[in-house]
Structure formats: C-alpha cells, structure tokens
Design a binder for this molecule. Structure first.
Ligand code: ADP
Ligand code: MG
Ligand code: MG
Length: 895
C-alpha cells in the first residue's frame, strides 16, 4: 500500500485519502504557490494503525524515502547539527475539525541542532525559543503532560525577568526554560524528552493517529455527524518561521468576510509570532490592512494568491500564511467555514461575478443555515444597558446568566437554565461548555480565534475580543472597564453576535430581517432593513428561495390544525396543508360530547351527542378551507387512542372508592368507571386508535365526513374553491379502507344530492404500519393518495414507542453507534426508508399516478427531504416554521 504522498503528488479531490489539509496543500503545490515542501501520510495508514495498534512497517520505510527527498530538495537534514531541517507534524482529516487534532511544530530540534539553527538563522534567541516551544507542544500533545505545568514555568520565568511578553525573554532565560521544560517532561511523562529527530517525528505521527479517538474528537464528530471510522491523515511540512524577528509574522485570512459575507478580504496578522499564536488569541492581532504598510511586497503577493485561490476554488477560501524574513509562505487553505448570512451573500455574489451558476449557488447554502437566519434578534427599540462592544464573531441574540467554567455551564444548562459562557479566551477543552451555553463571550482573540471559529461552526452566538472585560475565572467575577459593579454568576447578560454588543440584563428579542422577509415579503423586509448588509442578505435569500422554488420537484405543504397555523404556512410558501389533525376538535370543552358518545347506550343518545359536535366541527373546517382556498387541504380523521377522551383511570377509581365509602357515590360515575376500565389499554399507541376507532364507534366517520362536506358546500356557495382531501390514519388492511371509503362516499353523495354541488373529494390513507407499506399494491386499489406518517412508521418499524425510548436508552444507543442520529430526527434510510420506498413502489404498481406525500416531522428535516425526493414522492408536509427550509432543501436536492 502506498501510505505516503509528496505534496506534489496529490490534489484537492483526494480529501478522503489525504485529508482536507493534505489535499489542499497538494493543490496549492500543483498551482505553483509557495508551499514549504513536505508529504502526507494517508488516512489508510491511520486506520491501519488504529486497527492494529502499531504503525505498519511499510509506512516507516516510505516515510524515510519521502523525508530524504525533501532533504535533498532543500539540501538540509532533519535535525542535523548544522542548518537543520525542521518539520511540523499536522493532523488533517477529511472534514476540518478545529482544534480537535494536535499539531506539533519545530520537530527536529535537540541540544545540538538548536545550536545549528541559532547559527544558520543568526538569531540564538529565536532558536532557543523554537526549542522550548517544541518541548512544550510535544510534551502536551504527544506525551500528555498537562499544559499548565509549562505555562506556569513560562509565567514564572517572565516574572523573574520582569518582562510581560514571551518574546521579551532573552537567550539565557530561554535556555534555562528548555532545561526546566525537559525536567517537567521527565517528572510528568516518566520519560526523557526524545532527542532523536526521527523518534520525535514518529512519536508525533502516532500521537496524531491516536488523537482521532480522544473524547473531544468523538464529541465533535457526533455533533457534526462525521463518521467515526474515517481516520486522519498526517502532514509533515518543512518549518518556516514567523518568529524570526520584526520582518516575520504569521496570519490567517479570508477572501471575503466569513462573518457578514461582505465582499473584500479579511484577516488577522501577528508580527514575530509562530503558528497558533494568532488563533489562540493570546495577543491581540493586527488587521490584514496593517500588513500592507508593514510589508508591501508580501501583502501584494498574498492578495494575488487570494484572488487566484478564490477563482480556482470558486468559493470563499480561508488561508494560513507565514512570512519568514520578508518571504511569504502558504501553510493552508480550504473552502472557508462561514456564517449562515455569509453563505447566502457569498453565493449570490459569486453568481454576480459570474464565477458560479445559480444552480451551484443553491447548493452552497443549506436549510440549516436558513434556519439560523430565522432566529429572532434583539429589539433595537428597547432600553438597553450597553456594557461594551467587541468583535461580532458568530451571529444571533443570546441572553443568559454568566458562567465562568465548563462544568458549571454544563450543569446549569442541564438544569434548564440559559447561560452565557464568559472566558478570557477559549481552547479545545472548553467545547462541552460551548455546547451547553446559549452564547459565548471572550475577552481576547479575533474573528479567527478558537472561540469564534468553533462557535460559528456550531451556529452559536459569539462575541469575542471584548478587551474591556476583566474575567477572573477562579473568583467567578467579571469586571468591565469604566464600571463600578462586579458581576457574578447571578447576573444576566445579553450578547449580540451580529453587532458585537454586550448588554447587562434581559433584552427583548424581535424578528430577524430574514424572518420579516419570509413573513411579509421582500419589499417590507427591504424597507425595514437597517443597513446595506441586511439589504444584501435579504435579497440573496430571496433570490435563492425563488430559484429553489423554480427547480424543485417536491411540493411543500404544511402540517396545520388551525386557521392561524394555516395562514402562517401559506405566507411562508406552503402549497397546501398536508396534515390537518382533527383531534383537537374533540378536546377541551368538547370532550364532554365525545364522552357522551362513548357512553351512549341508545341510538338517540348517540345521535344527540353527534348532533352537538357536527356544527362545531363544520365551523372549524369552514375557516380552514377559507384560508386554504384553492389549495389542497388534507384532513386526517380522528387518530388518537380512545382513552385520551376518557378520564384518567387511577383518578376516577380513587374518586369512586372514596365516594362509595362516604355514601356519596354518583351512579353516573360508577358507570363511567366501568366504561373506563373496559376501554383501558396497556399499549394505547398500538391500541384502539386511527381507523380502528373510526370503525368501532358508530357515527364517527359520518360525523367527520359530513362536517367536511357541509363546510365545503358553504364555501362553494360563497364562490370559494375548497379542496379537502380525506385521510384515514393507521390503515393496515385494504378492507379497513374499503369500509371507511364506502361510508364516506355515501355521506358525500348525500350532501352532494342535497346541495347540488359535486363533492368528489379524494379519499386516501396514511401509510404508517409496515403491513400497509408491504401490501400497498392492494391498499392502493382503494386509495386516491398515500401519505407516509413517518413518526408512527418509525415506531412501528423499529417496534419501540418514542415516548418511552427517547428518555430511557437513546443516549446509550447514540453512544454505541446503533443510531448515528435519532431516527425520529432524520429518516433511518436503511430501515424505515426502505419501508417507505416499498410502499411507494407497490402503490404505484397499482396506480402509476398515485399521489405520495410525507407528513411526519421528517418532512421538515433537511437530510430526509433529499431521501423523499429520491424516492419519487410528490410532496413533503412539515410544520409552518420549517416550510421555507423544506422549499430550499427541495430545490437543492433537485440539482
Ligand atoms: P490546525 O488544523 O489547528 O489549523 P495546523 O496544522 O494548520 O493546525 O497548524 C497549527 C498552526 O501551526 C497553524 O497556525 C499553522 O499555520 C502553523 N504551522 C503548521 N505547520 C507549519 C510549518 N511547517 N511552518 C510554520 N508554521 C506552521
Ligand atoms: Mg491550520
Ligand atoms: Mg400516525
């Protein structure tokens, strides 16, 4: 097996094998950009290592060969005593996992080569600083020594020399520090720091492989739905130095602003610094524009490369670069992560610049991102107490009590509290706290700091670099420059990730501009938009939504039970109602009539109860049909288990027993109890419900169908265009549907004869039992349409009840990998999905034009929508809030 690829051998499409970083380093090398020479060890090697616990022997041999090639190319040897070659060992999986996998810089330094580096660079301070960094990073990431030991020693050294900044330490101090760091390694790792350069390289490589399986990495992958078996690649890259004095530096930049999407380059730069210094937010950075005045040539070259990369990748790129004594080096690029707003804006900007087509633009945005843009924002018109203003790093509006550490964030969030994680800066250890918090606020770091990058990836509100804050994590206090108060974990703050503002106390929230657009249309959204950025965003969303509507094949309907919900859904672009549940029409004060119906022992009693319900139901339908005029409206006949309409068995038993003892027993209660007992079920989910209830309770079908028919007549009489579709739940056998259909048809015919209007409404059924799907060819004989009820179908296919399992064993099942994600959230394609496909296929064997829809919650889930599209369904129906998301996703999958 070929485990090692030189950068000059691969390309950007080999992410699977070389990881994202490796594939893009190769691509940049191919483009002739200044990438330091190096090679990539493949993900195959990582998987082989993880499977066997040892590095394959072939790999060692191939590494030697690749390393010698690099050495020859540069005329330097790894860790040699004079002018040594140094390398970095960098992880890089297929998907970028910020801060998950560790990188070790300056590999190859030891007690001898450090002197060689000092001589070659003519800068002993720099050489010793690089050496102490190596021991520190190597100790932490390869040998698992707690990083605190090193930073404490470093702080102590600075204090003893009376200096504030790392680079103010002189050679002598750094030499001492190297000795102290080695001692720390010896004490805490139980071994000596390895002086052999190749041993350093091999140990670091193994550590990268191992880091694939750390808890942090698992947590991140679970959140991001990244498979656990991909493995990571390892990149070995010649070191270039941003810490060789004032003409050197390191930076991160973006070809467009990844936070607002504004066009124009964006970046952070740090003079005389190495690697992670920028990202860690340890010192506050300069902006890219400052580089222009510091080093015009490098700046111009970088701008040229940025433009070239953007044209090449035809997307926003992010870039890591280093300048070593005036020479620019490219260390990384990739198609950059961005906020939801930036995704929409950049997509349409690229269309306008004629770099991509509208179809491609649509594939660059997701339903998930649209959802984020629909979140509410702070109300500009309320009184607000501004504490400070800092870097808007990840948009949204978050309000909560302050927490200062992870454990507290996690425990208070679990207790249902909304909390804001406030830190000086964050590092990968803070991930659990960031997940738990509603927002993140840091005192240090720019838009490319750890906090910012990770928060953006999670869609979490984040404000960073708030220098006015003085965070004391151990005392759990927060002070703000210019204010007297001391804030604690009892105080509420509000952070605005779009403006960077931090407020004290609760702040009211209002509709986002995109929500205004979805609710009230483009014109009004543009009118109320405060600035150009907002106007451009709203326009981008509008253009992409319109394009999605144009290309999609799936129709989008909404689940709506009330006229209000139906109206909301129509405003958001729903083309009909795919599920109008009727059970609420029997609850509340109407429950009594249903009870009367259940208790009635005579024909008259039943009829009286039905007569009370008819006008009420009809009224409900008239309003709904009016709202949905001209659009299909699928009405599902009653579905829930009978017992939901009866009093609770335990409560009633206790009452009857007490009353009997006291001699105050009402005979009606006694009779009610016997009915409740008779109808009590141990598994109501699988009991007397749906079509079973309809068939066993005389008069129910007739009542509901008559209410629909008469409501339709009323609408027709007023010139309306009612389009109800009657849907029968929980059908398992064609015979059930046949009986209901006959009775329903009789009612429709009767109302039609009385009114003179033709009422040939479609009658169909839900497919939510495996038996129905499997025998769909026969069921289709009696059905005008099918609607897959994927919630129940998931329960009945797996054989578990959602209410019970979600609280009991889902977490374990997710941890064990039985589910990648809850099957109630995203359709389980291999199981439940196949049942859907079978139902669709067999139904259409009988009726090629059979209309097929989905009305489970999956109808609004971005991933599931793709599956439904591929399965040839006609529509998805989802909650009104999800309608725009479904439209967008249906467009994306049609491309
Ligand atoms: P991450 O995936 O966390 O960004 P990287 O492997 O990109 O990890 O490296 C971490 C930091 O070290 C980055 O700032 C990167 O630019 C820097 N770095 C990595 N390799 C080198 C190298 N060969 N020379 C100089 N700096 C490097
Ligand atoms: Mg990087
Ligand atoms: Mg159901």
């Amino acid at each position: 097996t070929k485990y090692v690829y030189r950068f000059s051998e691969g390309d950007k499409d080999q992410k699977e094998l070389l990881g994202g970083k490796g594939a893009n380093l190769a691509e940049m090398t191919r483009l002739g950009l200044p990438v330091p020479p190096g090679f990539t060890i493949t993900t195959d090697a990582c998987r082989a290592y993880l499977a066997s616990g040892a590095v394959p022997e072939e790999l060692s041999v191939q590494v030697t060969r690749a390393l010698r090639e690099v050495e020859e190319e540069l005329g330097r040897e790894l860790g040699a005593a004079d002018d040594p070659l140094l390398v970095s060992v960098r992880s890089g999986a297929k998907f970028s996992m910020p801060g998950m996998m560790e990188t070790v810089l300056n590999i190859g330094l030891n007690d001898e080569s450090v002197r060689g580096l000092a001589e070659a660079s003519n800068d002993p301070r720099f050489a010793w600083d690089s050496y102490r960094r190596l021991i520190q990073m190597f100790g932490k990431t390869v040998l698992d020594v707690d990083g605190e030991h090193f930073s404490e020693a470093l702080e102590a050294k600075k204090a003893s020399r009376g200096v504030a900044l790392d680079y103010e330490l002189d050679v002598e101090a750094l030499t001492e520090l190297v000795g102290e760091f080695k001692e720390i390694v010896r004490t805490h790792a139980g071994i000596d720091f390895p002086l052999d350069p190749r041993a350093q390289l091999d140990m670091a490589t193994e550590a990268v492989f191992r880091s694939w399986n750390t808890e942090r990495a698992h947590l991140y992958r679970r959140r991001e739905k990244i498979p656990h078996d991909l493995g990571t690649a390892v990149n070995v890259c010649t070191m270039v130095f941003g810490n060789m004095g004032q003409t050197s530096g390191t930076g991160v930049c973006f070809t467009r602003d990844p936070s607002t999407g504004r066009s124009g380059v964006y970046g952070d730069y740090l003079v005389n610094a190495q690697g992670e210094d920028v990202v860690a937010g340890i010192r506050n950075t300069l902006s890219l524009a400052d580089l222009e005045s510091l080093d015009r040539d490098s700046y111009d070259e970088l701008r040229g490369i940025m433009r070239r990369l953007e044209t090449h990748y035809r997307d926003l790129c992010d870039i890591e670069f280093t300048i070593e004594r005036g020479k620019l080096w490219m260390l990384q690029t990739r198609v950059g992560k961005r906020t939801a707003a930036a995704a929409f804006r950049v997509a349409t900007q690229l269309v306008d610049e004629k770099l991509i087509t509208m179809d491609e633009a649509l594939t660059r945005v997701t339903g998930e991102q649209l959802t984020q843009l629909m979140f509410p924002q702070f109300d500009d018109d309320t009184e607000r107490d501004l504490l400070t203003r800092a870097m808007p790093a990840s948009p949204g509006a978050a309000v909560g009590r302050i927490v200062f550490d992870n454990a507290e964030a996690v425990s208070r969030a679990e207790a249902g509290e909304s909390v804001i994680l406030v830190r000086r800066e964050t590092n990968p250890d803070d991930l659990p706290g960031m997940v738990a918090a509603t927002g993140v606020l840091t005192a240090r770091g720019g838009k490319t700091s750890h906090a910012a990058v990770v928060a953006r990836g999670m869609g979490k509100t984040c404000v960073c670099g708030a220098e006015a804050l003085e965070v004391d994590a151990s005392a759990k206090t927060l002070r703000v420059a210019g204010r007297e108060e001391v804030f604690t974990s009892e105080d509420v703050i509000a952070i605005d990730g779009t403006t960077g503002e931090v407020f004290l106390g609760e702040v009211a929230v209002v509709d986002s501009p995109v929500m205004t657009y979805l609710r009230r249309g483009l014109e009004e959204a543009l009118d109320t938009a405060g600035d150009v950025d907002t106007r451009e965003l709203v326009t981008s969303v509008h253009r992409l939504m319109r394009h999605a509507d144009k290309v999609r094949r799936l129709e989008v309907r909404a689940n709506a039970d009330t006229p209000e919900d139906a109206r909301r859904a129509v405003h958001r672009g729903a083309q009909g109602v795919g599920l109008c549940r009727t059970e609420h029409m029997f609850l509340g004060e109407r429950k009594q009539f249903v009870q009367n119906l259940i208790l009635a022992d005579s024909q008259e009693g039943r009829e009286a109860a039905l007569a009370e319900l008819l006008p009420l139901q009809k009224g409900d339908f008239v309003e709904m049909l009016e709202t949905m005029d001209g659009k299909p409206m699928t009405v599902r006949l009653i579905d829930p288990p009978l017992h939901e309409f009866l009093p609770d068995i335990t409560e009633l038993s206790v009452k009857v027993a007490l009353d009997r003892e006291r001699g105050t027993l009402d005979p009606a209660d006694e009779r009610l109890l016997s009915v409740v007992r008779r109808n009590h079920e141990s598994n109501p989910m699988l009991g007397l419900r749906g079509v079973r209830l309809l068939l066993t309770m005389p008069g129910l079908i007739e009542l509901q169908v008559r209410a629909i028919a008469e409501a339709a007549v009323e609408r027709l009489a007023k010139g309306g265009d009612p389009r109800p579709e009657i849907m029968i739940p929980l059908v398992g056998s064609v015979r059930e549907l046949q009986v209901v259909r006959e009775r329903a048809a009789a009612v429709l015919a009767e109302v039609s004869a009385d009114s003179g209007y033709a009422l040939d409404f479609p009658i169909g059924c839900m497919i939510e039992l495996p038996r129905a799907a499997v025998s769909a060819d026969t069921i289709a004989e009696e059905a005008d349409f099918f609607s897959f009820g994927t919630n129940d179908l998931t329960q009945t296919t797996w054989g578990f009840s959602r209410d019970d399992v979600e609280s009991v064993f889902f977490k374990e099942y997710l941890d064990l990998g039985v589910f990648g994600v809850s099957p109630f959230e995203t359709i389980d394609e291999r199981g439940v999905g196949r049942v859907v496909a079978i139902g669709a296929e067999r139904g259409r064997e009988t009726k090629p034009d059979l209309k097929l829809g989905v009305c489970g919650e999956h109808g609004g889930d971005p991933e599931s929508i793709g599956f439904f599209h591929r399965s040839g369904l006609n529509y998805v129906s989802c909650s009104p809030f999800r309608v725009p998301v479904a439209r967008l996703e249906a467009g994306r999958v049609a491309i």
